[in-house]
Write a new protein. Structure first.
Length: 165
């Protein structure tokens, strides 16, 4: 009975596989949105204000950071929780594939969230004249919370690794 239960639990990890496929669909949606923005801005490139171009560029960078985050979570999560990704010897292999454990993934996710928050905050500051001061304070508070959380998670990870050595 125990052996059967353990096999069922172990097999249940495959429930996560469709979740990672779903993330790839979200990645596709982000790519579509990215190019929608690019194709929207190109015809107006000579008439758009510099500030507006910078804001669109920041949005595109934001989308690319979120896309990279999705790729990291998708591949690392699949490798850590479902199954090893077998890539042909002749195929190009990502250098970090198979080397990112859940702890390093968590830290990379936290760093990505801080980077995304930083870009969003920069967009807020560039548009500050049209945003209420109270709202800007909340954006700053949230960003500082993200930075603090990432720092604490990294520090705890460092302590944990030091204790293991």
């Amino acid at each position: 009975m125990e052996r059967f239960f353990e096999k069922m639990l172990y097999a249940a990890r495959w429930v996560m596989a469709p979740v990672y496929i779903g993330l790839s669909l979200v990645l596709l949606a982000l790519a579509i949105k990215f190019f929608q923005e690019v194709f929207h801005i190109l015809p107006n490139i000579f008439t758009i204000k510099e500030v507006d171009l910078v804001l669109v560029t920041l949005s595109l960078i934001d989308i690319s950071l979120v896309g990279g985050l999705i790729v990291m979570v998708m591949f690392s999560g699949y490798e850590n929780f479902v199954s090893k990704i077998d890539v042909d010897e002749h195929a190009e292999r990502l250098s970090w594939l198979g080397k990112m454990d859940t702890s390093s993934l968590k830290n990379k996710v936290a760093a990505s969230i801080v980077a995304i928050s930083s870009i969003h905050l920069l967009k807020v500051f560039m548009n500050a004249q049209s945003i209420a001061d109270e709202k800007i304070k909340w954006y700053m508070f949230l960003h500082i919370t993200f930075v603090g959380s990432a720092f604490v998670m990294g520090y705890l990870d460092k302590i944990t690794k030091k204790d293991k050595s």
